[in-house]
Write a protein that binds this ligand. Structure first.
Ligand code: MN
Length: 506
């Protein structure tokens, strides 16, 4: 079957052309690793980066006679996720065996849930880049266990083809997962790549705010399988889908959807049919390639797991969990935008820069929202970009920025000097207060020395004094400039102006 695709290899259709003539439909499966202390069905430790095969028990190795026990914390986390996704929570559900052979699944089956997921029939609203809200319906969220990790050594691609030998690490085998499956996502049109990316991004934010997972894409805590099909019009029946597996960054999700739209359009234009299969995404060139022909569910011979009792969360417990849910990210964003009075575009920039928590903490430390934004989205954003790091990785705290802005607002320093103070803070010279003292940067606010400087400047430029006295305030800047120069920029320009006008007027 795969030979047919490679033999014909239809050419790609330009993306804009493809979405003009075809309607893309997405379906996204997201796996999230739960941040429990121990595994889903045994007491093996869950920790990232351990020596291979050190975090295992007879259960996670699938040894004969080993009996699994359900991790209660994992069930609680799964319910938290289900509730956050507006799902119904099952009153009674079972685990099932999903039977298949692969070396990373030592039992020859994955313990999962099949027709009785713990959570079902939900939805979430996601926000696109321009602020448009798009609703994604959730079919189910079910509990299961992760597989181990195969490493194929000696080949060029890291895949099993061409490898000399393979290693398997069972530390990951049995880590609790929740798999979230959407209903077909229709109506995204040309924005399908963006919708797919924003959906997974929103889920990631939700996992973090629920505190159920570190949700780090780069560590594989969150993995997305993106299904895509095309149909001639939104009224047509669904086309055949492909499933691009384990896309592991937001950018890749967007690129892989774009590519599949172009590729499938090419297949359809050539009069071929799209083959239902899994595909791999390639970071290097943004393409996908054929994986395996996709099994239907019946190939897995699912049956209820006889070694585990059903999970029957009481309604009281579910309501207790519901009462502890935090505010969801999109709602929080809207509330903060209203509180802070930011324009849509300003808020979007703040979100994209990852500055929302930093600004919130700076405001909490007493700074105005405008003042906090000025620093985090201005000087600090520039600095982070220059150093190619995240804003949150700069060695400056929200409390220090609040102190810095406080110094500006109290008139002890001006914005220009504040940037020098910030340099000092970033260089590890201490809090802004300390830097102002150690670098002797406090502006001159005592009127005595200022008045002396002003009198000197006035005496040096009598013609300007005449003009100003005659009612033309324009040239007064020359006097202020002279005073600022004489005080090495450490005078408060506003105060200088007041004093100069006062002096001339008297
Ligand atoms: Mn799964």
């Amino acid at each position: 079957m795969t030979a047919q695709t490679s033999a014909t290899a239809p050419k790609l259709v330009a993306y804009e052309d493809a979405v003009r003539r075809y309607d893309p439909v997405l379906g996204i499966e997201v796996h999230v690793e739960l941040g429990t202390l121990t595994k889903m069905f045994c007491a093996a430790e869950v920790a990232y980066g351990g020596e291979p095969n050190t975090q295992v028990t007879p259960v996670s190795l699938g040894l004969p006679g080993a009996l699994p026990v359900v991790n209660g914390k994992a069930v609680e986390y799964a319910i938290r996720i289900g509730l956050a996704l507006n799902c119904s929570i099952s009153e009674n559900c079972r685990f099932a065996r999903k039977n298949y052979f692969y070396p990373d699944v030592p039992k020859n089956f994955q313990t999962s849930q099949y027709d009785e997921p713990i959570a079902f029939d939900g939805w979430i609203d996601i926000e696109l880049d321009d602020g448009e809200v798009f609703r994604v319906e959730i079919e189910r969220a079910h509990m299961e266990e992760d597989a181990g990790k195969n490493t194929h050594v000696g080949g060029l691609t890291g895949r099993i083809q061409g490898a000399e030998y393979s290693l398997v690490d069972y530390n990951r085998a049995g880590i609790p997962l929740v798999e979230i499956v959407t209903r077909p996502i229709e109506g995204a049109g040309e924005r399908a790549p963006e919708v797919a990316r924003a959906y997974v991004q929103t889920l990631r934010d939700i996992f973090r705010s629920l505190d159920v997972s570190e949700a780090r894409m780069e560590r594989g805590n969150v993995r997305a399988d993106v299904n895509l099909s095309l149909r001639p019009t939104p009224e047509s029946p669904l086309g055949t889908r492909t499933e691009t597996k384990n896309v592991n960054s937001f950018r890749s999700i967007e690129r892989s959807v774009r590519y599949e739209v172009s590729r499938q359009a090419g297949v359809l234009d050539a009069g071929h049919t799209v083959i239902q299969e899994t595909r791999h995404f390639h970071e290097e060139d943004g393409t996908t390639s054929s994986g395996r022909v996709k099994s239907d569910a019946e190939d897995y011979r699912y049956f209820p797991e006889p070694d585990l009792v059903p999970v029957a969360p009481s309604r009281e417990w579910v309501e207790e969990i519901r009462a502890t849910l935090p505010e969801m990210p999109v709602a929080r964003r809207r509330r903060l935008q209203t509180d802070w009075g930011y324009a849509d575009a300003e808020m979007r920039d703040v979100v994209n820069a990852g500055a929302i928590d930093l600004i919130e903490a700076t405001v909490a430390a007493g700074t105005s929202a405008a003042g906090a934004r000025k620093w985090w989205m201005g000087e600090l954003a520039r600095r982070a970009k220059q150093d190619e790091i995240m804003l949150e990785d700069l060695v400056v705290t929200p409390a220090q920025i609040a102190q810095l802005q406080g110094l500006v607002e109290s008139g002890r320093i001006n914005d220009k000097i504040a940037r020098q103070v910030l340099e000092g803070v970033l260089a590890g010279e201490g809090d802004p207060e300390a830097v102002v003292v150690s670098r002797d940067l406090e502006i001159v606010s005592d009127d005595g020395p200022l008045l002396a400087a002003i009198d000197d400047a006035l005496a040096a430029q009598p013609d300007i004094v005449e003009k100003v006295r005659g009612g033309n305030q324009g040239p007064v800047g020359a006097i202020i400039g002279a005073v600022m120069k004489a005080t090495k920029g450490q005078a408060d320009a506003k105060r200088v102006r007041e004093l100069v006008l006062d002096r001339i007027g008297s």
